[in-house]
Design a protein around this ligand. Structure first.
Ligand code: NOS
Length: 574
């Protein structure tokens, strides 16, 4: 504060005052420069066309954000006490520190209710709440557990392979050595209940905790940045084998899938594209033999989606489709085999498969340039079969700067990808940024995933704002919520992080990203030309996409009305 005494001193010293015309002139120029830069932002046009009610809702949400910024994130402690009790929280704090509190904020309540369009980047096997999955394993008759070697040492518990499996034969006998004993015969199936109750130090409760720890990335794993990305991927990769061994049994998959679709719908998501690596482990109910191919799984998947759409909670749900994925770590022969299966499944389930991708750790796996001959072969083979299966490549999910994983971005663009999964390193590529804007490629950004997998320590240092400020089209996704520790399915956590963590992302910024998710949804198969035309036209088009964009718009307006009514006290523009 400038007191009279200060002012006197300042005038004596010849210090210019803010009201002085030339300082005012400077500030005007400064504002103009900021405004000029803001015109290049991803949401500039959207922002200009906000309805009065939407503009009011945006103001209110920003007010609430500012309040919570100051009130929630210090936990009401003075700095010294906060420091001592490890309670120092700042807005945009690391996900696991923020999670408990964020779910109790007003901002959460708002974001949760927001209509969120499409979920475009999500690996299906990483989306089922682990507690629920385990409950299913326990309540489904015939579930067993086995391992290639006895599980004995702490190291075994942490890293050794084991799997669940259905078997119609009961393998229980009282003198059977436990899986936890030296005498365990490798790969013998032990009934789940027997294995759980004989779990050393704690029986079933401890067993559940242990399995859970093998299906998830624990908060402390994500904090250990000094161990690096490869180390967390080693943990991450191991979770999938355990999860899939439970999930890929028909009654369990059906129950989990139904519940998950319900959770997505409640979160305001109306369309999903699941990335799936279809391994051959799937078993029909009561069957000891795994299916020889993916047909049965796809049939059940479609059946469950159809059933869901007929329920009350699923009545607004448009569709769920699959982006077929091959593991990028495989050999040429294995990838070609997976591509052939993709083409064959597409023929049998034309509405189900909407695209193709390669997954697994980019830093450690094969680069796109290495796979170019296979990808050309795939395109040719598709054409011969009268199909057009577009690419939706993961690219640039890396800390690399100029290495092979970073350069995957060049190939993704050159190979005609419709969207880029992650694009974490894109912000370092000015030329590619221009190209993807020109070619209208969307970036599927997964901020919490990037944080947990140690690419960034919090939303504050994520490259998302660097893309948004340059006008790159982005939509937000949750990637692997059950493994990463979201604890809830849906997009609310990732949206909340962006909204609370980044000053430049407000409700309009989020809404723009939702609109993008609809615009870049692969609702129906289209040639490249049709796709480009429809993405280009956006809401002004005449097709399905434009109709759904209009529907979202009207939902968004209703949502804004709710914000304005519910949180009227936060409107500071009265
Ligand atoms: O963020 C990701 N980037 C690349 N691959 C991933 C990511 N999340 C999961 N997977 C891969 O997808 C398969 C499961 O569907 C797993 O093999 C996993 O490694």
């Amino acid at each position: 504060m400038t007191t009279d005494k200060n002012l006197e001193w300042e005038l004596e010293e010849g210090l210019p005052q803010v009201e002085d015309p030339f300082i005012q002139q400077y500030l005007k120029g400064r504002d103009a420069l900021i405004t000029e830069e803001q015109k290049r932002r991803h949401d500039a046009t959207f922002r200009r066309t906000l309805s009065p009610i939407a503009a009011q809702a945006c103001r209110i949400v920003s007010q609430i954000r500012a309040r919570e910024h100051n009130e929630v994130w210090t936990a009401g402690l003075d700095p010294a006490t906060a420091h001592q009790s490890d309670e120092i929280l700042y807005p945009g704090v690391m996900f696991h520190h923020a999670k408990g509190q964020m779910e109790n904020t007003k901002l959460w309540k708002i974001v949760e209710k927001m209509p969120k369009g499409s979920l475009l980047h999500a690996h299906i096997d990483a989306m089922f709440d682990i507690d629920f999955l385990l409950d299913q394993a326990f309540s489904t008759a015939g579930m067993h557990i086995a391992a290639p070697a006895p599980l004995i040492t702490p190291q075994d518990y942490e890293t050794a392979p084991f799997m669940f499996r259905f078997s119609s034969q009961s393998h229980s006998s009282s003198d059977q050595p436990a899986i936890w004993s030296e005498k365990y015969e490798p790969l013998t199936l032990i009934p789940l209940q027997t294995a759980a109750s004989s779990f050393p130090n704690g029986g079933e409760a401890a067993f559940r905790e242990w399995v859970k720890s093998r299906c998830m990335i624990m908060p402390e794993h994500s904090y250990h940045h000094h161990h690096g990305v490869d180390a967390i991927w080693a943990i991450f990769k191991r979770t999938f084998t355990v999860i899939n061994s439970i999930l890929m049994y028909e009654p369990i998959f059906r129950a989990c899938f139904r519940r998950m679709l319900g959770q997505l719908a409640v979160d305001g998501i109306r369309y999903v594209e699941f990335r799936i690596v279809l391994n051959p482990l799937y078993r029909r109910e009561g069957s000891d033999e795994a299916e020889p191919d993916r047909v049965e799984f796809c049939r059940v998947f479609e059946e469950e989606v159809e059933r869901f759409k007929e329920t009350e909670e699923g009545k607004n749900f448009y569709e769920a489709r699959i982006i077929w994925c091959s593991l990028r770590s495989l050999s040429n022969q294995e990838i070609v085999e997976s591509m052939k299966q993709c083409i064959s499944i597409k023929e049998q389930f034309p509405d189900l498969i909407c695209g193709y991708d390669l997954v697994g750790q980019e830093d450690a796996g094969r680069s796109l340039v290495d796979l170019v001959p296979l990808l050309f072969w795939f395109k040719k083979r598709c054409a011969e079969e009268g199909q057009d299966i577009p690419f939706f490549f993961h690219a640039g999910e890396t800390l690399g700067d100029g290495d092979a994983a970073d350069q995957n971005l060049f190939d993704a663009v050159l190979l005609g990808t419709r969207r880029i999964g992650h694009g974490f390193s894109l912000f370092k590529h000015p030329l590619l940024i221009d190209l993807i804007k020109e070619k209208k490629i969307l970036v599927e950004c997964c901020p919490i995933s990037n944080e947990i997998l140690r690419l960034t320590s919090s939303i504050k240092s994520h490259p998302l704002p660097a893309m948004l400020s340059r006008g790159v089209p982005v939509s937000l996704s949750n990637d692997d919520p059950a493994i990463l520790g979201h604890g809830k399915n849906g997009l609310t956590h990732d949206f909340w992080q962006a909204l609370q963590g980044l000053e430049n992302v407000d409700l309009a910024g989020l809404a723009m990203m939702v609109q993008n998710s609809i615009r870049w949804s692969c609702y129906e198969d289209q040639s490249t030309a049709e796709w480009k035309a429809e993405v280009g036209e956006g809401i002004l088009g005449e097709g399905l996409k434009a109709a759904r964009l209009r529907e979202w718009h009207s939902d968004f307006e209703k949502f804004c009305e709710w914000v304005v009514l519910e949180f009227a006290e936060f409107d500071d523009d009265e």
